[in-house]
Structures are given as C-alpha cells and as structure tokens.
Design a protein. Sequence first.
Length: 256
Amino acid sequence: MEQPVGATMSAPAEQTTGPERATLVLATNNAKKLRELRAVVEAADIPLDIIGLADVERYPEPAETERTFEGNAIIKARECALRTGLPALADDSGIEIDALNGCPGVRSARWAGPECDDDANNELLLRQLSDIPLGERQGRFVCAMAFAVPGGQGGLRQCEVFRAEWPGEPALEPAGENGFGYDPLFLPDDVEPVDGRRLASAELSPEHKNRISHRGQAVVGILPVIGGLLNITGQQPKPEIVAPTVGDDPAHSPEA
C-alpha cells in the first residue's frame, strides 16, 4: 500500500513518550461515523480513545469551501485541532457517479438542499438516474481522512491526509437498514451476490462494511500516521480491497 501524502504545516515533530493512551477528536456530530471509527480502531488494538464534537466545547464549524474531499477534510481537521487543542481527525466523503460527471461529489450531503435528509438525497439521485440502467451507473464512494496535530507555529504541528475509494453503482431502489447516507442505494463491486441479487452497503453487517468500505480503508490508511505522530502502536487491520488511490492532486469530494 502507498504511504499517505502529508501536508506538513511546520517543522517535523519531536518524538515524545506521552501517556499510555492518547485521545483524539473526530470532527463530526455524526454518531454513526463515530461508531464506525471506534470499531476500526478497536480492531487495530490501538490505545486510542475517540471522542466526538459533542464531547468538547462547541465552536462554529468551518465552511467547507474546497472543491475536493481532501481539501474539506483538512479544513475540518485543522479547525478542530486549533479549537480543542487535541489531535483531530476529520473526513469528507460522498458518492461520485460517472454518468453525472462526478456528482453529487462534495455536495453529497446537501444534494437535495441545505436542509435535506438522507432520504431526500437518495430520492433525488434515483430520479436523476431513472433513465440509466444498471451496469451504466458506475461510480464510487470516496473518503478523504485528514489528521491534524496541534502545536508549533500557527498552532499546528502537522497535518496529513489519506484518500480511499470504494467502487460500485446505485441500485434501482433502496435496500437495507444499516449504515447511513447513500448506503441503501450503493451496490459495492466487491460484495458477492446472494441468491443472484447484489447487496447494498446498508445490507452488510457493520463489521463487514468497516473492513471494505471507503471510510474503513481511509482509517486503515491514516492509522499508521496517527500512531507515528502520537507515538502509539497497534495491530494494523489488513484491507480486503485494492489499495486506495493517494495523490497530491485529487479530483473529487462528498459525504456518505
């Protein structure tokens, strides 16, 4: 697997012993994302306590003004680290459909409007793809995971980002009760059919999804960086799909 591409914000960090367990803030109010991250970290046996934005003093969330997942993830991780004084992890994720020129992309979470919910987003996407048959709806879930460490000049010591993709296509109708976002529509390419029927991401068990999803892969990719910068170690989980794409000039960005 390629090493993550990092954006160093200042001089390299000094190695410190630190506490036996480290605390990290996941910059989200999404309880399901928090649960997924904790499950992956627990599977890696890393001495890391994960808290969410609900566990820290409230601050104005930054505007996601970038046109890439990576850019928006960095904005959120940097702001969280500066505001809380704790190491911060943030993701920006979503779905890209080739037939829609990569949309919804970074607007995935707001695809049906600023106040929309998951059902409204899914319904709009289905309407937009209504004349496109299965097999021609190819796309992917994308997740960019950024990790920022406070300290140093400008209040930040270092910031790193890792990108992962999960190829598949939207189904003709939603299925399953697990997950969130576009999970009820997304048919992953790497999941075997059951009785001749392809399974949606929302039909997978949380454990199965965490091993192969875009977010699970991004967490696996960023964990060695977190362990190195916080001087903690664990057993790294092994990905079950092709290594994520990592690059300096990523092309896309959304929330799923």
